[in-house]
Unconditional design. Structure first.
Ligand code: MIC
Ligand code: SF4
Length: 641
């Protein structure tokens, strides 16, 4: 039987387990990346392992999230990461050099290699045929130390593309269409492989837009074959030697096949507050827009920016709209400047921001109160923009420009002639903002620079026999990590300071949560399905741990968050009977007894003392995960061994 492309890469990297969907496998990891908002933790964790030099083929530390530096905190964290990178064999991409996923694709990605990153949009690398996955910081630290990365062997979904995109319909619309079809839960437990004759018409940046947003489907990752389009991109990046042709076997078997005819797609838009809330742009035309933001790891390539510049050329944006443009990398920005396209963007009235995540993670450019913001980003979760009642819509760069010019949601196909943008045959290469690590024999001399913003980890303890805890918070379906541990300009600078961060835990749902959880001593959170979707931030587990959360009981969990909970020593348990969710009430006293025995048997019994009822909870863990939970988290587990 033939193999899918992802199965081939998995097979080559398999160090433990069998490739049976639903069972745990361990993969050798060739490359890692971190960004600064999750990186400080990851490197603190790496340091505790006492390993001198990373064991990967390539590890890169990017600074792209916390670049506002409104106080000493970010600057301290950046210096810390820079010094750790230099000492331990990690390349360091300086602030301003660009968004990790964009720069990694340009300068480091290699088809057929495995990559994990402490950022959920790491699957962007699937645009050039990498098996690239988002992970918690601790998993990345372990991989840097040469340890394997454990995942559940995914099922395989194929999306078969036919036809060709019509003018003003883009890769972003393909991402939104698949979200419309599958929803934010539809990719859970699957790898999405893109194929069919339609992929030949898609450039690498377009493919990367699509694999980037596969994260919003909850998929383990997304991947395109490595073909002549990939070769041309790598050649233009001066890296043709990294090219290897890769594709699925003709007789590969998929668990699910979805067909999309590119020629029938229309410009689409995701409405607040979920990326799968998708309708046609046309159906909302005329809606007043206050703000437009172009950029983020989804749509900040040179290809995207040249289209934006061509559409803005000679025009002026509507006076009622504020427009930001953040190019994805120094390479993109420099090339825009050199060809004059940057002048067209500026002349039209855009505010050009740094090559960083910026507004995507609420670092500035928050909309006005109740403002409507059209963004080319990948997430529109409630409150993420920094304005609690802001209404964020997700669109393509073309639809974004149309709204910036007219002041209302506008179908871009009404803009007239669609500009043609060619990919350059050679990108401008200047890696001065990527600092190589110190040579091995000089690493000893490198001093690690720590600032006062870096605080201790929350302490963990081995699993208790029984836990009596208060149900402090009950939430619904699709709770995101932005609900659990919000980001944004006011909080993000404290990613290395768990005690400070803890004040904001679950702030979007219930501002009294931190205080009540602390008062309870031991607590439980109850959630609906797809609990913990979104980002890879392990802070969404470490902060609840600090506040005394012992278990999260939900109908189902998102992949990375479930792993982060286990790594933190918090029990992620699921309802055997989803209807039991309705029986539990906030404030109830819950007793989990004989937990270790329950973990081995796969079922933990919960007694709700307040309601006087017992409920069976599924404890679906591998032997390794049970040992991690028993030890009180992955750090303790790793140290104990
Ligand atoms: C995000 O898009 O939510 C982030 C910020 O990039 C996160 C990482 C983080 O929280 O630092 C992610 O996607 O993993
Ligand atoms: Fe940065 Fe936004 Fe991409 Fe996250 S989704 S890595 S915040 S640009």
């Amino acid at each position: 039987m033939g193999m899918t492309l992802a199965q081939k890469i998995i097979k080559r990297h398999l160090v433990d387990g069998e490739m049976i969907p639903g069972t745990e496998i361990a993969l050798h990891i060739d490359q890692t990346l971190t960004q600064d908002a999750t990186g400080t933790m990851a490197y603190l964790e790496f340091e505790t392992m006492g390993i001198d030099r990373v064991k990967t083929e390539r590890s890169v530390a990017y600074i792209d999230h916390n670049t506002l530096q409104s106080g000493f905190e970010n600057a301290d964290d950046h210096r810390y990461i820079q010094s750790v990178a230099k000492k331990h064999g990690i390349y360091f991409s300086r602030p301003g050099n660009g968004i990790c996923h964009q720069v990694h694709l340009e300068r480091f990605g290699i088809p057929g290699k495995t990559l994990i990153g402490s950022d959920s949009h790491t699957p962007t690398g699937g645009g050039i045929g990498m098996l690239a996955m988002g992970a918690g910081g601790l998993d990345v630290a372990v991989a840097m130390g040469g340890g394997a990365y454990h995942i559940t062997m995914p099922k395989m979904t194929k999306v078969n593309l036919t036809g060709k995109l019509t003018p003003f319909v883009t890769a972003k619309d393909v991402s939104l269409e698949i979200l419309r079809i599958l929803s934010v839960k539809g990719g859970v437990g699957h790898i999405i492989e893109w194929g069919g004759e339609g992929i030949q018409t898609l450039s690498v940046p377009e493919r990367a837009t699509i694999t980037n947003m596969g994260t919003e489907l909850g998929a383990t990752t997304s991947i395109f074959p490595s073909d002549e389009v990939t070769r041309a991109f790598l050649k233009a990046q001066g890296r043709e030697d990294a090219f290897v042709p890769l594709c699925a076997d003709a007789d590969a078997v998929y668990d699910r096949v979805i067909d999309i005819d590119l020629s029938t797609l229309k410009p689409l838009i995701a409405c607040p507050h979920s990326p799968d809330n998708v309708v046609t742009v046309e159906s909302l035309s005329g809606t007043k827009v206050d703000q437009v933001c172009i950029g983020s790891c989804t749509n900040s390539s040179l290809y995207d920016m040249l289209k934006v510049a061509a559409l803005l050329k000679g025009k002026t944006i509507d006076p009622s709209v504020s427009l930001s443009v953040s190019p994805g990398s120094k390479q993109v920005l420099t090339m825009l400047a050199d060809c004059g396209a940057l002048s067209d963007i500026l002349a039209a009235g855009a505010r050009v921001l740094e090559c960083a995540c910026g507004p995507c993670i609420g670092m500035g450019f928050s909309p006005n109160s109740a403002g409507v913001s059209l963004r080319t980003f990948n997430r529109n979760f409630e409150g993420r923009s920094g304005t609690a009642d802001g209404k964020v819509y997700l669109v393509s760069p073309e639809t974004a420009v149309a709204a910036a010019l007219t002041g209302v949601i506008t179908d871009p196909t009404t803009l007239g002639e669609c500009p043609k943008v060619e990919m350059p045959s050679a990108f401008l290469i200047n890696d001065t903002a990527i600092l190589p690590p110190a040579p091995v024999d000089e690493a000893d001399k490198v001093e690690i620079l720590r600032g006062p913003n870096i605080k201790e980890f929350p302490s963990t303890k081995p699993l208790e026999k029984d836990v009596s805890a208060e149900l402090v918070l009950k939430v619904g379906d699709n709770i995101t990590t932005d609900h659990i541990m919000p980001a944004g300009a006011k909080i993000l600078p404290y990613r290395s300071n768990i005690p400070y961060l803890s004040q904001f835990c679950f702030g979007v749902c219930d501002k009294t949560f931190p205080e009540r959880a602390k008062a309870a001593g031991a607590s439980v959170v109850v959630g609906g399905s797809n609990y913990g979707q979104g980002s890879s931030r392990e802070h969404a587990a470490l902060v609840p741990l600090y506040l005394g959360v012992r278990a999260v009981i939900a109908k189902s969990f998102a992949r990375i968050h479930a792993a982060n909970l286990i790594n933190a020593g918090i029990l992620p348990l699921t309802f055997q009977n989803p209807e039991d969710y309705d029986k539990l009430k906030a404030g109830d006293t819950l007793i989990l007894s004989d937990i270790a025995k329950g973990l081995s048997g796969g079922v933990v019994t919960l007694y709700d003392q307040t309601a006087n009822l017992s409920i069976e909870l599924v404890a679906d863990f591998t032997e390794r995960q049970i040992e991690i939970l028993k030890d009180g988290g992955l750090l303790a587990y790793t140290k104990n061994r």
